[in-house]
Structure formats: structure tokens, C-alpha cells
Design a protein around this ligand. Structure first.
Ligand SMILES: Cc1cc2nc3c(=O)[nH]c(=O)nc-3n(C[C@H](O)[C@H](O)[C@H](O)COP(=O)(O)OP(=O)(O)OC[C@H]3O[C@@H](n4cnc5c(N)ncnc54)[C@H](O)[C@@H]3O)c2cc1C
Length: 315
């Protein structure tokens, strides 16, 4: 039976996390001597993009009622077409709310925040992130089926082209529980949760008028921008940039934290970043304990100097 994977799209366009989930599903399928079937809801992108990462079958669900997101309705739609007993999701905001609903509907085990290819398939056992990224655990699925969500930027996007075929499924799932009242789109060019590099700043920046230098550093690095909670609470930056326990949880390859003290609630959302660089003028700032590289100094001197240096290296 094929390994199924939910290929998430935003306004029809596949997310990078979808390619990572398909790459992951392909590695599971290879271990099982099986194939990958990807499921997507109302995509406009070509299925070729999913064949490239190893999906040999793509089921495109067409459903006008699913133009707006509802975890329950999307889980219902996926449950109608996913026949396998291994279903992979990316650990995005939307997918990580669909996956538990689907697990209940199918009475399957659920393992979230998976980091690596499974250690065994029968029983399904895999390493996952635990305790807000402060630890790891090896989780074992029970029962007949398993649903997993793959932590973003953990397994990576791996090309593994196969020849594929596409199937269109017309559904009309009831989607009456959710009414969209307002919809805030992140203003940044890069999706914070998908970004490989994030430049983040806190109250140490003193005021919103000083964010130009943060954005310039982000621009030269091709990075997304983020901020600590108080910064978005007082309106210096939009709420879409708030990272931490009560904000977005991210795991970029590089997280640069400027003028952020490193409170436990902030760390909860960023400490699974692969490399953390901290810039703070207080050598005792708690964030240095979690840093791979630390710079003790004034952000107002260090940010422009760093930006110029990177520009020089790139140019
Ligand atoms: C229930 C709960 C949930 C929370 N959730 C979150 C969350 O999701 N995310 C989050 O971020 N916080 C969260 N918080 C708040 C958290 O506890 C901290 O208060 C917050 O992270 C501090 O933000 P900060 O580091 O920007 O500010 P501060 O703690 O004020 O730190 C500013 C830092 O900037 C440094 N600095 C000052 N001037 C300079 C300079 N010129 N150059 C370099 N460095 C400088 C200072 O040394 C200091 O370390 C939560 C709190 C609670 C109680």
C-alpha cells in the first residue's frame, strides 16, 4: 500500500514544506519497497513539482467548499482519498491541525515533529522533537496505521525524480464550521516558517524606527525577519513576526537574534534552529547559553558592520 503524503499549497502554490514532506514520504516508501501518493487540495501548481521529489501518483482534490481552510473539512477530504496506513504531513500550522483530526477519524497513531527517517517500519518508530525543542524522544506507533508530521527544515528537500501520474477527485465536503472573519497576510517577502535564515530582533532595538538596519541585514542574507513578543505587542512589528511559545515556532538553518534577552518563552519557539547567533550588549544575557556564536556588543554598531561585511563578501 502506498505511502500517502499531504502536499500543502498556499493559494494553489506548493509550499517548500510540501516538497520536504514528499521527500520524507519517498524515503519511507523506499524502506518499505513502496510508492508515494501525494494529496493536494485545489492546487494550481503542476504535479511535475511533486514527481520531482518522488511522488509517483498525485491526487488533486477539487472542492469549491475547501477554498477557505478548516482543519475538520480538510481532514475529511484527505480521509476520503488516503487509503494507506502511513500518511505524512509537513509540520506547518495548517497541516499540524489537520493531522490529529485525521488520526481520530482513522483511529491511527499520531507522531508529530518528526526529525529523521524512521528507525523501523514495523512497528513504526522514529525520532521526534519533544519538550518545545529542548529534547528528543523515540516514539513508537501502535495499531494499524500511523500519521506523522515532519518538522520543517529537519529532513530537508531531496530531489528524487520519478515518472508520475495525476488523478483528479471532485469532492464536496461540508465546510460549515468555519467562517473567515479576517485574514492577515504576512507582509514579508519570505514565509517565516519556511525561511532558511531568520534575522530576529527584540526590545534592544529601542524603537520601530531602528528596524531599517535589521531589514537591510535580512535583505543581504535573503532572510525573513522575526521579533520577540513585546516588540509585536507594542506594535513595533506585525504580529505575524512574533516567534516563541505564544508565537510561531521556527527551525531555520540560521537564526540571528539581536537585542533579545533569551527568555524561556522566546527560546521555546526558536531553539530548534540549526545554528543560533546572538548579538547582545549584555554578556550575561541568558540567550548566550543557547548560542552557537555570540557577539557581545552594541547592535547599532554591529548590525551595519555585519551588513557591510556580507555585502563585500557577496559583491
Ligand atoms: C506566558 C508567556 C508567554 C510568552 N511568550 C513569548 C513568546 O512567544 N515570544 C517571546 O519573545 N516572548 C514571550 N514572552 C515574553 C518573554 O518572557 C520575554 O519578556 C520577552 O521575550 C523579552 O523580549 P526581549 O528579549 O525583546 O526584551 P528584553 O527582555 O527587554 O531584552 C532586551 C535585550 O536587548 C539587549 N540590548 C539592549 N540594548 C542593546 C543594544 N544596544 N545592543 C544589543 N543588545 C541590546 C538587552 O541586554 C536585553 O538582553 C512570554 C511571556 C509569558 C509570561
Amino acid at each position: 500500500m502506498a505511502v500517502f503524503v499531504y502536499a500543502e499549497n498556499i493559494n494553489g502554490v506548493y509550499k517548500k514544506a510540501a516538497f520536504e514532506a514528499v521527500s520524507y514520504a519517498k524515503s519511507v516508501a523506499d524502506q518499505a519497497g513502496d510508492t508515494v501518493t501525494a494529496i493536494s487540495v485545489n492546487p494550481t501548481d503542476s504535479s511535475d513539482l511533486l514527481y520531482k521529489y518522488g511522488a509517483s501518483n498525485v491526487i488533486n482534490i477539487k472542492d469549491e467548499g475547501l477554498k477557505s481552510f478548516s482543519a475538520k473539512a480538510f481532514a475529511q477530504a484527505v480521509s476520503e482519498v488516503a487509503e494507506g496506513n502511513t500518511i505524512v504531513f509537513p509540520h506547518t500550522t495548517d497541516a499540524s491541525s489537520i493531522a490529529p483530526m485525521l488520526a481520530v477519524m482513522k483511529n491511527y497513531s499520531l507522531i508529530t515533529n518528526v526529525l529523521e527517517a524512521p528507525e523501523s517500519l514495523s512497528p513504526f518508530q522514529v525520532k521526534r522533537r519533544a519538550f518545545s525543542g529542548k529534547g528528543f524522544m523515540h516514539a513508537k506507533a501502535e495499531g494499524t496505521g500511523v500519521i506523522i508530521t515532519v518538522s520543517q527544515n529537519a529532513f530537508g528537500v531531496k530531489e528524487n525524480a520519478v515518472s508520475g501520474s495525476e488523478e483528479v477527485k471532485n469532492l464536496s465536503v461540508a465546510n460549515e464550521d468555519t467562517k473567515v472573519i479576517s485574514h492577515e497576510q504576512s507582509s514579508g517577502k519570505l514565509d517565516l516558517k519556511e525561511a532558511e535564515v531568520v534575522v530576529s530582533a527584540g526590545r534592544g532595538m529601542k524603537g520601530p524606527e531602528n528596524w531599517g538596519m535589521v531589514e537591510e541585514l535580512a535583505n543581504v542574507l535573503g532572510a525573513a525577519t522575526a521579533c520577540s513578543k513585546p516588540v509585536s505587542d507594542i506594535g513595533w512589528r506585525p504580529h505575524t513576526e512574533h516567534v516563541g511559545q505564544t508565537g510561531k515556532a521556527i527551525s531555520p538553518n540560521l537564526y540571528i537574534a539581536i537585542g533579545i534577552s533569551g527568555a524561556i518563552q522566546h527560546l521555546a519557539g526558536v531553539n530548534s534552529s540549526k545554528t543560533i547567533v546572538v548579538i547582545n550588549n549584555d554578556a550575561e544575557a541568558p540567550f548566550f547559553k543557547s548560542a552557537d556564536y555570540g557577539v557581545v556588543g552594541d547592535a547599532f554598531q554591529i548590525i551595519p558592520a555585519l551588513t557591510e561585511k556580507i555585502k563585500a563578501i557577496k559583491g
